[in-house]
Each structure stands twice: as structure tokens, then as C-alpha cells.
Design a protein around this ligand. Sequence first.
Ligand code: BEZ
Length: 253
Amino acid sequence: MPEISRQHWSAARYAETAHFVPALGAPVLELLAPSPGERILDLGCGDGVLTEKIVAAGAIVVAVDAGPDMVAAARTRGLDARVMDGQRLTFAGEFDAVLSNAALHWMRDQQAVLEGVHRALKPGGRFVAEMGGHNNTAAIIVALSAVLARRGLDAHRLNPWYFPSAGAYHKKLEAAGFTVEEIAIIPRPTTLPTGIEAWLDTFAEDFFAPLPPPDRSPAHAEITDLLRPVLMDETGTWIADYVRLRFRATRPG
Ligand code: BEZ
């Protein structure tokens, strides 16, 4: 597993091929239940689409993301967005809640993330998040592995994602000092509006980085061929095998 993902985040590409990510954030927002006047940290805010909804609930939101282009896009929405690595949060005792949607699975050093979130919260503050869970995009990962193995590459060494089970993450949260109120794995088949090849471009750069650029497109095509009978439905729609891990935990008061 690489220490740091090589994925490049382009706000324009994200808006075109990954707009479903914040759009499907309603359940985690509901679990957060923000109140007017609360100070909330949005960890891994992307282009700020979900952040805007927290602001609309009357909360005062600081949004952070490691991708400068995403932060620039969030700022154009008038948000207080800052470039910051979730593994190096610099806040102390200032938030009523930390929200994270579809971002934690990109962070390798989970202990640093959880320590940073714990430190950022006021005593009694809550940490509410959704991330990829155990078995997330399993078919895609198997297809990636098979096609890269044909080229002598080990996909598991290139995999930037961390998709824990509920039991494993429950332990990590407790070890970091949180009380876990609820945690669950939720299968969520997810329509890919622009298909699997655009999805691979948007989310899976790490796997293809070792290949010479001319070899990447044929590898994408082989993966697509392997996945078509599994992930494409009879109407020609690509539906990925997403599995979420959603939880609410608190920093004891
Ligand atoms: C997800 O949000 O579940 C996800 C993101 C990137 C790659 C795979 C899955």
C-alpha cells in the first residue's frame, strides 16, 4: 500500500464524473443533524457541495481538503475552505462536530486522522462519517488486480484505499478515545453516470501510475471487459458495488 495516494483531484473532472458522491451524502448529513450556530469541521470537503448543505442548516463550517483544486472550487461557493491534510489536522477543542463523507478511505494513517479529529472536537463533540467499508468495490478491485497481474504488477501494493469492517473500525475509534454510538456496514449499489472507464480515470490513478501512458488505455479496456457482465445492467447502466461504513462516535465530555 502506498503511503500517499498519487490521485490528482480536478474539480472539473470531479463535477462531471463524481457528482453522485456529495449527492448521496444525505444519510450522513441526517446522522450529523447539524443545529444552527454549531461549529462544524467538514473533513475532506471536496468541491463543497455537501458543505453548502451544512451551512444551509445554519452551522458555522470550516471545510478542509488535501486537494488545492477542490478547495478552490469550494471557495467559489463562498465557503471557508482550507487546504489541509486530514492526517495533519491542526485544530484543538474548537468544533461541536466533525463530518466526513467519502474521504477517510483515502487516508493511510488512520491513527493520525483519529487523533486529529479527537483533538479538534470539544469534549462531548461528535464525529459522524461515511467511508468505503469492507468489500467496497470488490469486483472492481479484483478486475484491476487481474489486469495488472498480466503486466507483472501487484494491485494490492498499489491500492490507496482503506475499506475497514465495522468491527475493525469500532476498535480503532475506541483506541483513539471515542465512544461509538452507532456503526454499520451498508451495501449501496451506485450508478456510475459516466461509466466505468471515466470512474477509473477519476478514482483509480494510483493503480495505473507504474504503466507507461500508452499502456493505460488498453488496461482500462481489459478491466471494462471483465466487469461488463457483472456491473452493467441490461439497460447498459454501470452500477458499482459500493459498500459504505457509516458511524457516529463522540469524544467523551
Ligand atoms: C468510495 O467512495 O467508496 C470510493 C472512492 C474511491 C474509490 C473507490 C470507492
